[in-house]
Design a binder for this molecule. Structure first.
Ligand code: GLC
Length: 648
């Protein structure tokens, strides 16, 4: 929409900044004009009542121009290439790994010598867990940032990070970093100024003279870490005030009702964009807007902020994709892709947290019905956006799907969740899993689950008991879990160590900065001598690595796996088997996953369900050709095995 005053203002600003309208900056100008009304209206939605709104809007526009002008020519070229591909991130050729630089290999310099390892595995996209400065012992794994622009000395320097990024790009790889948008460390310069009584910086946070307002917030705000950090406010003796700290008491929530905070953080986003980051992981976006009388999660204005960020990024750094780390209820997750006018104009990616948790559900119960009951919501993801699919990450597993989904499958929701928690904590009789409950809420008994992929799949116990059949089953479970998430559509994100079957690491218990947080049990320290076992075919490491490698390579070969909303779930012919078909004009790939500890039988009719009459089916996983039988005969899937059948 043309708005005379706004577009005039932008024209003047662009001229003032010597933007070349007719020459090299033409695409930037076009993007600016195209998105200007959205930027203005989203900004007004947030800040129209703020006394400085008008003046700061000018600053916002200038921040966008600065970001563009500071963007390296090579990154601008990469932007053009990516936008030319139209949704470059939907590709089946991208596979990610998420890792802690120090625990993986020490520091950033060493990491850049590991690209051959990633190549060997097939990984071409790295998510580095937070690398910016964060106080030791009070860092929440780097999610309490004290300087958004200084690489923590533990990892190296900004220069090392830049060199790594260049190397990754030269080798056709992508990079993802976090922006910790919701809070800063209490050691961040803004927090220190606020502590020292600077009222301008006190307004960067939610600070109160007494408990009057905090008490009201606490009535409706849930606790995120009820065991280690109960409550949502922390008393700050230096200034005799209470500050909002939703996560740990050393993580101060930023106040986005202050436009200065928004502009500062937008500038930080551009700083990361101009480091050459391809995907920015927006940490904890569900929490960025607070309002009395609510849970302060998933509020409409949190979405307005994300939309505003997206439109600004689309102008200055269009190659940068955004991932919203919203680990919330299924219905709420979908909203992070945008809706209404902003459909597919908010976050490009979200974590497929519902699917992830449901796979763990199916693995523990051997029953896929809860997973199926959730799909009508998961499938609402708009075209042009995609998932990060994963089985494990650095965080706990939350069983965040709705009770009605459990009930629809015929279970009692409370008992069902109780069983899952006990199963994965390893306390249910004969459970093969070895994990732990995380953040148990004594009031609600709510809890999440910690533990590595391998330990939750039973490998740790099986190895302890030297039970070779149990080892075999646990390896199958690991690969089954990965396979299901690799082929479902979206970018698979492997958590480092899982490609080798690393079991829980209990060394965190002797570190006082970590012992209060059992998520560290599944954040391993990689032993590169042990990793050499991938070359020895008799080892678990070899089997898991090899299988993961094969999955990635099959995925890369099959264009049908790219996320073009071409997924259809199959009728549950057998409740122990989850099945979906991925299809495009020339390929139909039927994927079946047996979540049972016995062989499962699926009628061959399943391959005719979509109306095809195939004669043969080729399993890309086993590299085996089947003759498709009549309806009364079966495809037999071994315990915890799966098939990736392309039909002809
Ligand atoms: C995100 C991170 C998690 C962290 C939290 C607070 O959820 O993934 O590790 O504790 O944000 O920053």
């Amino acid at each position: 929409m043309y708005k005379h005053e706004l577009h005039n203002r932008i024209n003047t600003l662009l001229q003032h900044n010597k933007i070349d309208f007719a020459g090299e900056d033409i695409s930037f100008v076009t993007r600016f004009i195209a998105n200007a009304t959205a930027v203005e209206s989203l900004y007004e939605e947030l800040y129209v009542k703020h006394p400085l709104a008008k003046a700061l809007f000018e600053q916002l526009l200038q921040t966008i121009i600065n970001a563009y002008q500071q963007r390296d020519a090579s990154l601008k070229k990469r932007d053009t290439e990516k936008t030319g591909k139209d949704h470059w991130f939907l590709s089946n050729e991208i596979t990610g790994m998420s890792l802690y630089v120090d625990r993986f290999c020490g520091n950033l310099k060493t990491l850049s010598t590991k690209t051959n390892y990633f190549k060997q595995l097939g990984v071409n996209f790295l998510h580095l867990m937070p690398v910016f400065e964060s106080p030791a012992g009070e860092s929440d794994g780097g999610y309490a940032v004290s300087d958004f622009r200084k690489v923590d000395e533990r990892f190296g320097t900004l220069n090392d990070l830049q060199k790594l990024r260049k190397k990754l790009h030269e080798e056709d790889m992508y990079l993802m970093l976090d922006i910790v948008l919701n809070h800063t460390s209490h050691k961040h310069e803004w927090a220190i100024k606020a502590k020292n009584g600077d009222t301008q910086y006190q307004q960067y946070f939610y600070m109160y003279e007494n408990r009057f307002i905090p008490d009201q917030f606490d009535v409706t705000m849930p606790e995120i870490f009820p065991e280690s950090a109960p409550g949502n406010f922390t008393y700050i003796p230096e200034c005799d005030k209470w500050v909002m700290t939703v996560f740990h008491n050393y993580q101060w929530d930023l106040n986005y009702s202050n436009p200065l905070v928004f502009i500062e953080m937008l500038d930080t986003i551009f700083f990361y964009a101009n480091l050459g980051v391809d995907i920015l992981r927006i940490d904890a976006p569900a929490f960025i807007w607070k309002q009395l009388g609510t849970t302060c999660q998933n509020l409409p204005k949190a979405h307005t902020i994300l939309r505003l960020i997206k439109q600004c990024v689309a102008i200055a750094a269009p190659g940068l994709a955004l991932l919203g780390e919203a680990i919330v209820a299924p219905k709420e997750i979908m909203k992070y892709f945008g809706n209404g006018l902003y459909t597919a104009r908010e976050c490009d990616f979200a974590y497929n947290a519902t699917q992830m948790a449901l796979q763990w559900d199916a693995l523990a119960t051997g029953d896929t019905r809860v997973m199926l009951a959730a799909q009508h919501e998961i499938l609402q993801k708009p075209f042009g956006t995609t998932w990060i699919n994963y089985t494990r990450c650095h965080d706990d597993i939350g069983l965040g799907y709705d009770d009605y989904m459990i009930r629809q499958a015929g279970f009692d929701a409370y008992e069902h969740r109780k069983y899952l928690k006990e199963y994965y904590a390893g306390t249910f009789p004969n459970s093969p899993a070895k994990g732990a409950l995380f953040s148990v809420n004594p009031k609600t008994q709510d809890a999440r689950i910690s533990g590595s992929l391998a330990s939750l799949c039973g490998l740790e116990k099986a190895l302890d008991q030297q039970d070779s059949y149990a080892i075999e089953l646990s390896i199958r479970k690991i690969i089954l879990m990965q396979a299901m998430s690799f082929f479902i559509g979206g970018v698979p994100m492997i958590f480092y160590g899982d490609e080798l079957g690393y079991t829980n690491d209990y060394s965190y218990l002797s570190d006082p900065g970590k012992s209060y947080d059992n998520r560290w049990m599944h954040r391993p320290i990689i032993d590169w001598d042990k990793n050499k076992r991938i070359d020895d075919a008799s080892t678990v490491e070899h089997r898991v690595f090899n299988a993961t490698q094969n999955l990635i390579s099959i995925r890369k070969k099959l264009a049908v796996v790219a996320d073009h909303k071409n997924l259809r779930w199959l009728t549950p012919y057998n409740i122990h088997v989850a099945g979906y078909v991925r299809s495009n004009a020339d390929t139909q790939l039927f994927c079946f996953f047996n979540f049972q500890n016995k062989a499962s039988f699926v009628t061959w009719y399943a391959l005719r369900e979509t109306g095809l009459r195939p004669y043969t089916a080729y399993d890309h996983w086993k590299q085996k050709k089947y003759t498709v039988g009549p309806d009364h005969e079966y495809l037999v899937i071994e315990p915890y095995e799966f098939c990736l059948l392309e039909v002809k």
